[in-house]
Write a new protein. Structure first.
Lengths: 249, 389
């Protein structure tokens, strides 16, 4: 089991478009405990996805510090960030984005190509990941032979197959019906509670957010408020630390 | 293994596009291979000419201006020892066709007495030489021409010349010259041509050019200038050059085949690059989301750059292999291997040309993928992801 805490101090993110500066995140401080499940909510353009990208090392802050576990992301080169992502982060996207020409098992195996690992070990890990998401019997199916929920499960298996510390989910249920959404969120809860993964999830859906231990509301790049879901939070490993700690800075 | 599988499946993702791109690369490669086979043939022909220790004597003004047949005796008089000039042969080309057959022939009149000594590479037997001297309508036909028209020794054939006197010539085939290096041209006696010219009152006593067989390369160099000096300031000045230079100039003046074919090959390869670039660009645009996801997973810039390059190279290699192997197999193992072309005779597709062609197709793949792989390399994952959602 691997896990990581997250700390952001004074983070600013400004996009430049034809000499015009567009601030997206303004002086944000945030701590997420290792093993915590946090939901990011807020209207469109509030900076949720940008925050997710900063935590995931897909983007770097204009100012401020982003630390995930031992890694200071703002100090890392793009090459270092790429290598770091492959070992420490699993991404889940709204539209799944599976490779359509590969089977479920091959899609899950894809991130393992970045590791020096025997084919047998890769197959073992893929089988375990697909079993966790309940798709052990769909290994040879291509994405177009799977339902939306099953595709998202494959995407989750792909995100966890490298055993990352951190899972970042951007609207993981945005394209799913209510029942399937519940299944996917249950799966995320399982990854958080049973496997101790730190999860940060962007969502518009309050029901989806209610599965998280803590809900952070962003407004115009600033953390407006936070909301604790004690039932879920207390069950989650690391939640006690998060609840004791400063959390929202 | 998964990488190779991924490459392969990406290639067959859009089968029609892949097939069309393979064809767009393969056909120019076929054109390249055939062009190089022709260029090889020309070079082979010129190299054969260089080995013959022969000089070609033409009119100084132009190859189309005839020379007086009387020049032959004057040229022969240059060798007082009788050992340095093997023989001098006057030649006159009449082209020709047979009735109701559009296929052109290369038919040449040669001096009766010096033909076989000036052109020993025909390797005529003593019986064939005797028949040549005995029969004024004798003709030696090229082995490939004989095979094409179904001619054999003893047949009587009629050839209609492409130039004056434009009257049919009746010939008796005395040899199909199976050992000759030139399997196409047909050779007959100059005195028979003169007789026909007399019948229609056309000008006689003219030849298109002389071929002068020398005993050694030193003699070749000596007579090259001696002949032109002999006719300097006369009404019919000559231009003497070795056979290779003459043939090269002849080919260049007529159609500059090697240069034009090389240009054609280069243009078709360029077209293949454009077609493959178009395919790879479309393929990248279709899969920009996949590239963004791969990058987010931790696949580096150079890895996705390499992946697109590898896909492009694989696609172009398949097209190039088919494009090169097609003519190689056709001109090596099928009846097409007997196909002949004027001057260069047989088309020989050399394995080395095929290897070059395959390397060129790999280079096409690399060039074609440069732009899309650069786009993938510089892709900002965040921007791409934002566009996806």
């Amino acid at each position: 089991m691997s896990t990581a805490d997250i700390e952001l101090v004074g983070v600013r993110k400004v996009y430049r478009k034809e000499r015009i500066e567009i601030p997206v995140i303004e002086g944000l401080d945030l701590r997420v405990a290792a093993g915590e499940f946090v939901a990011l909510m807020g209207p469109s353009g509030s900076g949720k996805s940008t925050l997710l990208h900063l935590i995931g090392g897909l983007d770097v802050p204009t100012d401020g510090m982003v630390r995930v576990g031992e890694a200071r992301l703002e100090r890392m080169s793009e090459r270092q960030l790429t290598a770091w992502r492959s070992r420490h982060v699993g991404f889940i996207f709204q539209m799944y984005h599976l490779v359509p020409v590969l089977t479920a098992a091959e899609n899950v195996e894809l991130p393992l190509l970045l590791f020096h690992m025997s084919a047998r070990e890769r197959r073992r890990r893929v089988a375990t990941a697909l079993e966790i998401v309940g798709l052990a019997d769909r290994t040879d199916h291509r994405p177009n032979q799977l339902s939306g929920g099953q595709e998202q499960r494959v995407a989750i298996a792909r995100a966890i197959v490298t055993d990352p510390d951190l899972i970042l989910a951007d609207e993981p249920t945005g394209d799913l019906d209510a029942n399937t959404s519940r299944e996917i969120l249950g799966l995320l809860n399982l990854l958080n509670s049973e496997f101790g993964k730190t999860i940060v999830m962007v969502t518009h859906d309050p029901k989806a957010a209610s599965h998280a231990g803590r809900i952070l509301h962003l407004e115009k790049g600033v953390l407006e408020r936070e909301q604790w879901n004690h039932r879920t939070a207390v069950e989650a490993p690391g939640a006690a630390w998060a609840m004791r700690g400063p959390g929202l800075g | 293994m998964l990488y190779l599988m991924y490459l392969y499946r990406n290639l067959v993702r859009n089968r029609l596009r892949t097939a069309l791109t393979c064809a767009a690369v393969g056909l120019p490669i076929t054109i390249y291979v055939l062009s190089m086979a022709v260029v090889d043939g020309v070079n082979r022909f010129l190299d054969n000419s260089a080995r013959q220790l022969r000089l070609a004597v033409t009119h100084k003004t132009s190859i189309v201006n005839p020379l007086p047949a009387g020049h032959r005796a004057k040229i022969e008089s240059l060798d007082r020892t009788g050992r340095r000039l093997v023989s001098v042969c006057g030649l006159r080309w009449i082209g020709g066709k047979i009735e109701r057959d559009p296929r052109p022939l290369s038919t040449i009149a040669a001096d009766k007495d010096t033909f076989h000594t000036t052109f020993p590479e025909f390797r005529l037997t003593p019986e064939e030489i005797a028949a040549w001297h005995r029969d004024r309508q004798a003709i030696v036909v090229g082995s490939a021409t004989a095979a094409q028209f179904g001619w054999k020794v003893g047949d009587r054939i009629t050839i209609h010349p492409s130039v004056p006197p434009f009257v049919p010539f009746e010939f008796h085939i005395i040899s199909t010259a199976p050992n000759a290096e030139d399997p196409i041209s047909n050779w007959f006696r100059m005195d028979y041509l003169e007789e026909k010219l007399r019948e229609v009152r056309a000008p006689e006593g003219l030849v298109s050019f002389f071929f002068v067989k020398c005993a050694s390369s030193e003699d070749l160099n000596h007579f090259r200038t001696a002949i032109d000096d002999l006719f300097a300031h006369s009404t019919d000045e000559t231009k003497t050059q070795d056979e290779k230079s003459f043939m090269n100039e002849f080919i260049t003046q007529q159609f500059d085949l090697p240069r034009n074919l090389t240009i054609l090959a280069a243009v078709t390869v360029f077209v293949a690059v454009m077609a493959a670039t178009n395919t790879m660009s479309m393929s990248f645009r279709d899969r920009i989301n996949e590239v963004a996801i791969l990058r987010s997973m931790g696949f580096g810039r150079w890895l996705v750059f390499g992946q697109i390059q590898a896909e492009s190279m694989l696609l172009c290699l398949v097209g190039g292999l088919l494009g090169a192997l097609g003519p190689y197999v056709a001109f090596t193992y099928t009846p097409l291997k007997d196909f002949t072309v004027p001057l260069i005779q047989y088309l020989e597709v050399r394995p080395a040309v095929c290897v070059n062609a395959v390397m060129i197709s790999a280079a096409i793949g690399v060039l074609a993928a440069l732009w899309p792989s650069f786009l993938a390399w510089r892709l900002r994952v965040v921007t791409a992801l934002r566009n996806l959602e």
